[in-house]
Write a protein that binds this ligand. Sequence first.
Ligand code: KG4
Ligand code: ZN
Length: 349
Amino acid sequence: MPVALGIESSCDDCSISIVREDGKVLFLNQKNQDQIHKKFGGVVPELASRHHGDVIFPLIDQALKTVPLSNIDCIAVTNRPGLLGSLLVGCVTAKTLSLSWKKALVGVNHIEAHIFSSLLFKKAEARKITIEGPALAFVVSGGHSSLFYVKDIGDSLLLAETRDDSAGEAFDKFARLLGFEWPGGSRLDKLAQTSPLGEQFFSKIQTEDLSFSFSGIKSQGQRLLQKKSKDWIEENKARVCADYQEKIVDHLMEKLSRAFENQPVKQVLVGGGVSANSLFRQRLKEWSQKKSVPCYLPETEFCRDNGAMIAWTGLQYFLKGKTDDLKMPTSPRRLDKDFFKKRKKADYE
Ligand code: KG4
Ligand code: ZN
């Protein structure tokens, strides 16, 4: 079965993976930079790219001890979007390896790779799901909150994105104000699970169209903490987190429901760091049963940025004969609008 080596270095995770065509992950290892950036409360681009440069070759060395080079058919690398310096480390590495090993090179759109991350599996013998378009895809991460109508690999329509912050940013910024180590999304989630839902500290997030907005709840969170005493915050932290989390998840679910009503699909694919959120996962499962539409969530390991999703997506392009040459561009652009075309709905019918 064809196999790809995947390189992901678009932000603060340097991740190398080797994946088979069916989605079986044969190798995955990464070095995250949480310890480096936590004192700044966000990713420092210069430090991120330097760290990628230090760890990328040792990780590739390790990968080749698991799967021999002769078994690898192509090298897939994130070439857009992301932090330019970080992307360049991965792209220059991939070009160099492609040249010296004489292997095909494929540049992968990071957000498209998140869309297909629920297809990846590690322990099972065979993949349990197959993509059947049209699908709705939901990428919810630290950098993106976007909904897509997906027909196939390389054929997606951007339906909605955030007007301001992403869901992950809203989690991380509020978590930081509460004193959690950055990135605090998963810590906030853990604490929220210890409290019952239903208390109202924040108002419902509202936008008229399909787009998302998370800057309002972030400001509400900031104002609440400014008004209350330290003791009050300590005492009510879990209840506040539970409501904050629920308001974000309600907003995400409302837009998914609306998109589904506008455009019924055969399945829903979810990806991105926030898809690890426990309440979001629970609500998606309940919604999927209610609407009788399969909804696929990545295994927790594949929610956050990882080289496996890059390897698998790149391999699909390779198998279609769509490869890049050494002139492959590297682009930091946030949503790569030329890729996820904002075509009219009629184009898809
Ligand atoms: O996909 P990812 O690794 O990076 C981007 O492409 O942005 O997503 C990272 C984001 C961070 O904001 C992190 O706090 C959030 O995903 N995250 C969570 C949870 N686990 C990770 N947010 C809420 N609940 C979680 N359990
Ligand atoms: Zn990502």
